[in-house]
Design a protein around this ligand. Structure first.
Ligand code: KIV
Length: 271
């Protein structure tokens, strides 16, 4: 992050101000240089190099297989493109749950080797020690509560979380623990809108929702889902802004046809 860049960069302080001013925060995932360039130019505030790369980039069923090396590769590609957005990188499964020393080592590798601006971690009170240790090294941390895909085998489904009172109470407490520890923001995934609003009002840091309604401070979506690249994923919370699956398939079919008929290349397209 150059302190001399002409574009006013989004920092964790800018996000805090946005919450205070009631200005909604936009966040989207990216995993590669070309797409990060476009979404940064389009004005997204936060780019998340999510471990959803495990699903949408690598074709795994869950986020569990992606490694720290993979995340660093994706994050450094994104960082080379971004001039304005804050770039947050997921600590992948198995790189922070063991102990806080391991968590710090993983976070330092991400910051040092990719040039990213912050890390994100799934969990509440159970990861507090790791959050403290990473924060004390000067690395900003974004929390993630509600549906936590890294724990999918514990829960068995991707259904809405915290519908029951006890789970909802625990989630509010976890959000407060993370906010009081110093997390600069918290993602809430797939929980009732009324609960997300309650959490948002009970913490001073920005709360970014995905499938968490409109009472939060900002929204995040997986880029491949909102662009309609993946046409097999259609949860209720997802708004599709394009049908890129159809567009790309149509363009590639036309290319194949043009090659087969020798229409491409024409005289102007050769030397
Ligand atoms: O990995 C990811 O893309 C995420 C978002 C769904 C918040 O964690």
């Amino acid at each position: 992050m150059s302190i001399h860049s002409e574009v006013k960069r989004v920092t964790t302080h800018v996000l805090a101000e946005m919450k205070q001013n009631g200005e909604p925060i936009s966040m989207l995932t990216a995993y590669d240089f070309s797409m990060a360039l476009i979404i940064d130019e389009a004005g997204v505030d936060v780019i998340l190099v999510g471990d959803s790369a495990s699903n949408v980039m690598a074709g795994h069923e869950t986020t569990l297989p992606i490694t720290l090396d993979h995340m660093i590769y994706h994050a450094s590609s994104v960082i080379r493109a971004v001039k304005r957005a804050l770039v947050v990188v997921d600590l992948p499964f198995g790189t922070y749950q063991g102990n806080s020393k391991e968590a710090l080592t993983s976070a330092i590798r991400i910051m040092k080797e990719s040039g990213a601006h912050a890390v994100k971690m799934e969990g509440g009170r159970e990861i507090k020690e790791s959050v403290d240790r990473i924060l004390s090294a000067g690395i900003p941390v974004m929390g993630h509560l509600g549906l936590m895909p890294q724990s999918i085998y514990k829960f068995g489904t991707y259904t809405v979380r915290a519908k029951k009172e006890e789970e909802a109470g625990n989630l509010i407490e976890d959000a407060q623990i993370l906010a009081n520890a110093g997390c600069f923001a918290i993602v809430l995934e797939k929980i009732p809108a009324s609960l997300a609003k309650k959490v948002t009002e009970s913490v001073s840091v920005p709360v970014i929702g995905i499938g968490a309604g409109n009472g939060v401070d900002g929204q995040v979506l997986v880029m491949h889902d909102m662009l309609g690249i993946n046409n097999a994923f259609n949860p209720r919370f997802l708004r599709k802004y394009h049908n890129l699956h159809k567009e790309i398939k149509g363009a590639v079919s036309r290319y194949v046809q043009d090659v087969r008929t020798r229409d491409f290349p024409n005289e102007k397209e050769q030397y």
